[in-house]
Ligand binder design. Structure first.
Ligand code: L5Q
Ligand code: ZN
Length: 529
């Protein structure tokens, strides 16, 4: 499309506004204002300028409204700008610029697709505006219109996908003003997502008055990518095509994988770059595994517990590979997963371990649930929960990190839940570490709870206490329930015992064999009242 530029002197543009609101901002008269207009709505699509407020002292959050007020003519707004825009977010970048996002509203209801961005430099001068404003929407208030309910709208959309057995999450609904046939209608935007038979995210626009489907789009733009993992194994995973490039971005699970390009592991911000490829084949084994294993862990949580991402609300899962220089570790940093390449001797690329990836992502689940404090006994429980879910995701063994630890020493691992003492961890509360290292031994004392979980699942006699195994599926259900419903940030080993017994009671009954196994297991590792 050809872009047409219009220039106007500021004083001319502002003449009308200045008389209306004497305090509204203005810039020096000589400054150029360049405006590109929307071809149909004739409101500003892009403004390039240097606008600053004339008010001497002004709260930062009022500046944005002063600006919109100063430009209201360009948006064809006659009344209060506050009635037409809703502030969505503000981001300050590393250049010191502030970027505001706004949403046009009509009588309080968002106008679909009509969003705006306004950009301030560090001197609080607006340098540009971009977005869409639809003028003269003539629709009475929603409450004055006879309309169908949200559940009705959802059932209309669901009728279209009768072949779907399981949705990824509860269908969502948002009321919008929807531009339709040169007019407007209130519509519910219903989102339906599912993985099979074909990964799809439908967005249905249901007329709130008539229930008619005005439009539907599959907003999933995703395909299968492939590549080899750290161990040389071929695998497929979900990617996204955008323009000429493919990206490690799984839109249905909301998982993206970035290359940190050796940014320091201690850096407060790791920028990274979304991993891309010219073909569907991805050649970096670390990012392939980080991505595919994050997907596998997502699926584990979804399938086992119905959990949608670490927060249960579908939050974006971000992995960063090639963090640091030969860094021998991986972590959840509170917002994202970060993986080192390893030095090649102690570790190879840590993203190459499915159990490691599941361990890290479980730290995120913990943060959003029990939020176990990362020191002392609660920290050891935090570590243990990550290990438990780590081994539950990864095949049938009780080892952690076996795939990425000491490439020249086959058979060993970072930790063993079956026998924690193999890797210098205690397997009884009496042998717990009480020093200050490792946040009070969070990676050491986790062995105690790891052994208990192992005994519950696999059974065995430990320090003369016999435990009958109840299998992995029930064990993971008990720990998930304890983590999400019972444990708190200050929970100690004894609380873990009670939380596990309580969870097993809920799930299998007070006199069940499962409850017996749990209490025997904690007896066996010396966690007793
Ligand atoms: C650890 C996470 C891993 N790191 N163990 C210190 O001891 C220290 C860190 C860890 F899975 F990447 F290895 O578990
Ligand atoms: Zn950990």
């Amino acid at each position: 499309m050809k872009i047409r530029w219009f220039s106007a002197s500021l004083s001319a543009c502002l003449a009308a506004t200045l008389t209306l609101t004497s305090w509204s901002g203005f810039a020096t008269a000589k400054e150029k204002l360049s405006v590109r207009y929307h071809p149909i709505y004739k409101t500003a699509s892009f403004i390039k300028e240097n606008w600053s407020s004339s008010r001497r002292t002004i709260a930062p959050n009022e500046l944005i409204w002063d600006y919109l007020n100063a430009r209201k003519n360009l948006f064809k707004i006659a009344d209060q700008v506050q009635d037409h825009f809703q502030l969505e977010s503000k981001n300050t970048d590393n250049l010191g610029m502030s970027h505001y996002r706004l949403q046009q509203v009509h009588l309080g209801v968002p106008v679909y697709g009509s969003e705006q961005t306004v950009h301030f430099n560090r001197a609080n001068t607006v340098t540009s505006y971009m977005g869409q404003v639809i003028p003269n929407i003539k629709l009475p208030a929603f409450k004055h219109i006879k309309h169908i309910s949200v559940p009705t709208a959802i059932s209309i959309a669901k009728k279209q996908t009768k072949h779907v057995k399981q949705y990824l999450y509860q269908p969502t609904s948002q009321l919008v003003v929807f531009p339709y046939h040169k007019s407007f209608a209130y519509a519910y935007v219903i989102k339906l997502a599912y993985l099979s038979p074909q990964p799809t995210i439908w967005q249905y626009f249901i007329d709130a008055k008539s229930g008619k489907i005005l439009q539907k789009i599959n907003i999933l733009n995703e395909i299968a990518g492939n590549g080899k993992g750290v161990k040389g194994d071929k695998k497929t995973f979900e990617i996204t095509k955008d323009g000429n490039l493919y990206y490690l971005k799984d839109q249905i699970r909301n998982i993206s994988t970035y290359d940190a390009k050796h940014e320091d592991e201690n850096s407060p911000v790791i920028t990274g770059k979304l991993v891309s490829s010219k073909t569907k084949n991805f050649s970096d084994p670390s990012s392939v595994d980080a991505h595919a294993y994050a997907e596998a862990t997502y699926d584990f949580y979804k399938k086992s517990f119905g959990r949608n991402s670490f927060d249960g609300k579908g939050s974006a899962i971000k992995s960063y590979v090639h963090v640091g220089d030969k860094w021998n570790n991986a972590a959840w940093d509170g917002e994202k997963m970060i993986y080192g390449d390893g030095d090649g001797k102690t570790f190879i690329s840590l993203a190459g371990g499915l159990d490691v990836v599941a361990h890290e992502l479980t730290h995120a689940v913990t943060q959003y649930t029990a939020n176990l404090e990362y020191q002392g006994e609660s920290g050891a429980l935090n570590e243990s929960i990550s290990d438990i879910m780590g081994v539950m995701v990864d095949s049938d063994d009780w080892l952690l990190g076996e795939d990425i630890y000491t490439p020249n020493k086959p058979g060993d691992a970072l930790r063993s839940m079956a026998d924690p003492t193999k890797y210098n961890q205690p397997d009884n509360y009496d042998d717990r570490y009480l020093g200050w290292q490792d946040n009070g031994g969070v990676h050491i004392n986790s062995g105690i709870n790891n052994k208990a979980a192992y005994l519950i699942a696999a059974g065995g006699t430990h320090y003369d206490v016999k435990v009958v195994g109840i299998g992995r599926a029930k064990t993971k259900a008990i720990y998930y329930r304890a983590l999400t419903n019972y444990l708190t940030p200050s929970s100690q080993f004894i609380d873990m015992r009670d939380a596990a017994i309580q969870s097993a009671t809920d799930l299998y009954g007070a006199n069940s064999k499962e409850v017996t196994s749990v209490s025997k297991a904690y007896d066996a590792v010396g966690v007793v009242e």
